[in-house]
Design a protein around this ligand. Structure first.
Ligand code: CIR
Length: 338
């Protein structure tokens, strides 16, 4: 390996080297890292997404509306916060860990041109000091309170040590549709996080909303970075493939013993191919009601449609375990994790 590549490899590993609590511990700094360092990243990607043998990423947005309806699991799940997002990075730009301040600002301005012309009514809010759409700290906090805007990235050691959070808050912001169901993050872990949040009970509705937004952006002519095997290129290898993460915010007071035993829910979720996070995202805590963000872990080797199906099937099992835990279910739960 050339000296330059050795330096890049160190950059890729930095998040893990600096944080003992890393679960993955790497962030790609440029799309080509996935080829240059494939000796390391390929096994990691296949292990995380549980891929045996060789698989090439396929896409399929054919997701039924009216089928994955949460009230079928429990009639009380009438109004649930459902979220789906895809991570995207744009061809011709470095990935966020190795962007410099000028590149971050250039990228943000390129996106503002897209927002001005892509035809979905909404507004861009910038965190970049001096930007024409700049919002104050107070306004930013209000957007965080509504769970729209991402947190101050400098509070996350994984993001600071890897360079993802560098130059904060330059080149960062959020576009929000007028009806507040669609949003686009600029300059977080990926250059773009394209998101839909719907309060309701039909998982297919949130997919439809997200796909409409994604298609709108694609029509603007932006070309996303794509890998011939791994699908969409993302900063964290856990998002390679579809880049799609689909979740609901659910309450699991019985499993978590009123939020005091998060680990129990995380372990159960893992055994079902799901991930349970706190409501503030990766590495955040759950509340006293055991409110957790539940999503399928795999994004590579599955299509967008399969991600939704896996969430649905996992939720059926998880809510059943929650019910059992409420019925003094230590007995039943004893046999789930083997
Ligand atoms: C870790 O290794 O724990 C962090 N780098 C985060 C890994 C999970 N992926 C993510 O947030 N996209």
């Amino acid at each position: 390996m050339s000296e330059e590549d050795q330096q890049h490899f160190l950059d890729v590993m930095m998040g893990g080297l600096a944080n003992d609590d890393s679960s993955v511990g790497v962030y790609a700094t440029r799309p080509e890292d996935y080829d240059i360092f494939s000796f390391y990243l390929e096994p990691l990607i296949r292990e995380y997404h549980k891929i045996e043998g060789s698989t090439k990423q396929e896409h399929d947005w054919n997701i039924p509306v009216g089928e994955y309806v949460l009230t079928k699991i429990d009639p009380r799940l009438e109004k649930v916060s459902m979220r789906a997002r895809v991570a995207r990075n744009v061809k011709g730009f470095n990935l966020p860990p190795s962007m410099d301040k000028a590149e971050r600002i250039k990228f943000e301005n390129k996106m503002v041109e897209v927002f001005d012309s892509f035809g979905i009514p909404g507004k861009y809010h910038s965190l970049t000091p001096g930007h024409k759409n700049f919002i104050s700290d107070k306004e930013a906090d209000e957007l965080r309170h509504k769970h729209f805007l991402f947190n101050d990235m400098t509070t996350d050691n994984h993001l600071t040590s890897s360079g993802v959070a560098s130059d904060w808050p330059f080149g960062r912001g959020i576009w929000i549709s007028t009806d507040e169901t669609k949003m686009i993050w600029i300059g977080e872990e990926d250059q773009l996080r394209i998101i839909s949040i719907v309060q309701g009970n039909d998982l297919g509705q949130v997919d439809k909303s997200l796909h409409d937004l994604l298609t709108g952006i694609e029509k603007s002519g932006l070309q996303f970075a794509e890998h011939q095997t791994y699908g969409v290129v993302t900063t964290c290898p856990t998002n390679m493939g579809t880049g799609k993460r689909q979740s609901i915010l659910g309450k699991f007071p019985n499993i978590t013993k009123q939020g005091t035993d998060e680990k129990k829910l995380k372990d159960l979720a893992r055994s079902l191919g799901l991930q349970a996070r706190g409501i503030g995202g990766e590495h955040s805590n759950m509340d006293k009601e055991g409110t957790a963000d539940i999503s399928p872990s795999a994004r590579f080797g599955v299509t967008e449609a399969i991600v939704t199906k896996r969430l649905w099937e996992g939720l059926i099992k998880l809510y059943d375990l929650e019910k059992q835990a409420g019925e003094g279910g230590e007995r039943q739960n004893c046999c789930i994790i083997q």
